[in-house]
Design a protein around this ligand. Structure first.
Ligand code: NAP
Length: 527
């Protein structure tokens, strides 16, 4: 088992930066954990130079070599055994059962990307053969496919220390697409980050990968993240976290002399609509299940249901509040999330048009242990005030009281971008459900019928993204196999001889790919 050294990892070297120190805190026991030092511009420069050097070598690795590398990383994560789970649990307090499941999801997505890369069709090969005798002009031979972008900088979120962390979906998909990755580690979980770097270090050595294919820069300064995004070698950014952080990074990337894409997954309020007949016939089941969804993981899911829209909303809110008050309080991941949740709750409680329904103090002596909170407001107030659409990250939800189905539709139209939107409806509500889905599919990346938004299946048909502010690019998903295409771009090759083409585009189709050949999909060889 690796010894933790409280260091950062740059292209195969363990380094001790000299920037400001920071210390993670166990959110359950409140014990202060090991102290790390922040990387600064010097380390950002070293990591990005090494990444650029590695990029030329790594992009020429075969698909099977990259797949083996990803599978080895997954194996090495498992080799970390219970140490990984225990150390991460000290840093995040999410509990061993949850972390065990999340580790499986993380190794599962690495292996799924390995399979995707090995199969090869993700590159979307397309070939239009030459027509030298075409009149009035000859048609050239044109072949295109997706190719890696170059070094990618990844910012992980604290609420999924494995699945959206150092070697979470962004890092896995960027490596799978053939890019080196430099991770800015989340300062809430530095020891977890360090353990993952050990696993990747071993996988690099076992597979003969270039050292600069991965670096981990520990740190808690905005300057470090900014330096990485501004570095000329950085070709794209993957970010999961708050709207405030994601927007700041989008602005830095856009202000570069050569702007780069930022794939940011940020805040979402995940509206849940409950139509009249569903409320009348299934209201008691819906309210129980909704309460579970609101409290799951102490509400620290990007898909947590932050707004519930229904007729007779006040009755519903009172029922929800009663259930939530009886549920045990959870623990939030870190002090910053606890403080920001408390100020979000206070803002709602002091809003003139919002009622706070629970009989408990919002300002809690223990900022790590927030109340399970329900607020209520009217449809008109919600429509009039965009601040009521701001994410309150934690076990809190706002019930919006509508007079009728028309008002529910008006609320749907007033929504900004979300990761998910849900409708509960029976057969009698079918017209209303159709009208709502028609609007909601323009507002969210995933629409759900008679379910709850928490729980994000990892599979090819998943879309985890959405219009701003949920995502920076609504077409991009950070979960599922299509996450890989974010970190690649099409290159068209005109009249190149077979030997100079990537294998995916060669006449003999050596990888037996499904290619679009002169407009039709097949696996044919070109004679
Ligand atoms: P966070 O505070 O935004 O931090 C994420 C990362 O970004 C950290 O490494 C942080 O570094 C860095 N960062 C933040 N602001 C920055 C800035 N201005 N410049 C440079 N770097 C910056 O998010 P979090 O506390 O980990 O996670 C909670 C939030 O993530 C919630 O809002 C939740 O909804 C969202 N989330 C979204 C998804 C999704 O898929 N949409 C998934 C999970 C979580 P420092 O800490 O050093 O500042």
């Amino acid at each position: 088992m690796p010894q933790l050294s409280q260091q950062s990892y740059i292209a195969g070297r363990w380094v001790s930066p000299t920037g400001p120190e920071f210390t993670a805190q166990n959110p359950v026991t409140k014990a202060m954990l090991a102290t790390y030092a922040s990387c600064q511009e010097t380390e950002a420069e070293q990591a990005m130079q090494a990444a650029a050097t590695a990029a030329t070598v790594y992009r020429s690795k075969t698909k099977d070599e990259i797949a083996l590398f990803l599978n080895t990383i997954a194996d090495q994560i498992e080799e970390l055994g219970s140490t990984l789970l225990e150390i991460c649990n000290e840093e995040c307090g999410l509990g061993l059962p949850r972390l065990t499941g999340e580790r499986g999801r993380t190794t599962g997505q690495l292996r799924a990307f390995a399979e995707l890369v090995s199969e090869g069709n993700w590159v979307q090969a397309s070939i239009d053969t030459a027509q030298p005798k075409r009149e009035p002009l000859a048609k050239p031979d044109l072949r295109k496919m997706l190719r890696p972008l170059g070094p990618v900088v990844v910012f992980g979120a604290s609420n999924f220390p494995f699945a959206f962390g150092t070697i979470g979906g962004d890092t896995a998909s960027a490596l799978a697409a053939g890019n080196p990755v430099v991770v800015k580690g989340h300062p809430s979980q530095p020891a977890t980050n360090e353990l993952f770097a050990h696993a990747i270090d071993k996988a690099i050595a076992k597979n003969g990968m270039p050292a600069g294919v991965f670096s981990l820069l520990q740190g808690n300064t905005i300057e470090l993240g900014t330096a990485l995004v501004q570095h000329p070698n950085t070709q794209a950014v993957g970010f999961t976290g708050s709207l405030k952080g994601g927007r700041a990074i989008m602005d830095v990337a856009a202000a570069r002399p050569s702007p780069i894409p930022v794939f940011a997954e940020m805040g979402s309020i995940n509206p849940v609509f409950i139509a009249s007949d569903a409320l009348a016939t299934q209201g008691s089941t819906i309210v129980e299940n909704l309460a579970d969804s609101v409290c799951m993981g102490t509400g620290q899911f990007c898909t947590s249901p932050g707004v519930v829209i229904t007729v007779k909303g006040t009755d519903f809110a009172n029922a929800l509040s009663k259930i939530l008050t009886d549920k045990p309080r959870g623990v939030v991941l870190n002090k910053r999330i606890g403080e920001s949740l408390q100020s979000g709750l206070q803002a709602l409680a002091s809003h003139a048009e919002v009622s706070w329904l629970s009989d408990v103090n919002i300002v809690n002596e223990d900022v790590f242990s927030p109340p399970n909170a329900v607020f209520a407001t009217s449809a008109q107030a919600f429509i009039n005030d965009p601040s009521l659409q701001e994410e309150v990250f934690g076990p809190a939800t706002l019930v919006v009281d509508c007079d009728n189905a028309n008002q529910m539709a008006a609320v749907a139209k007033s929504l900004s971008g979300n990761l998910t939107a849900t409708v509960h409806a029976t057969e009698k509500d079918v017209d209303q459900a159709a009208e709502l889905f028609n609007v909601l599919e323009q507002k969210a990346g995933r629409v759900i019928m008679n379910g709850f938004p928490t729980g994000v299946e990892v599979c090819p048909s998943q879309h985890h993204g959405g219009p701003y502010p949920a995502g920076s690019q609504a077409s991009a998903t950070s979960v599922g196999s299509d996450a890989i295409v974010r970190f690649a771009r099409f290159v068209s090759y005109q009249n190149l001889p077979d030997a100079l083409l990537p294998s995916a585009l060669q006449n003999s189709n050596p990888d037996t790919l499904m290619r679009k050949l002169n407009g039709r999909f097949n696996t044919e060889v070109i004679s």
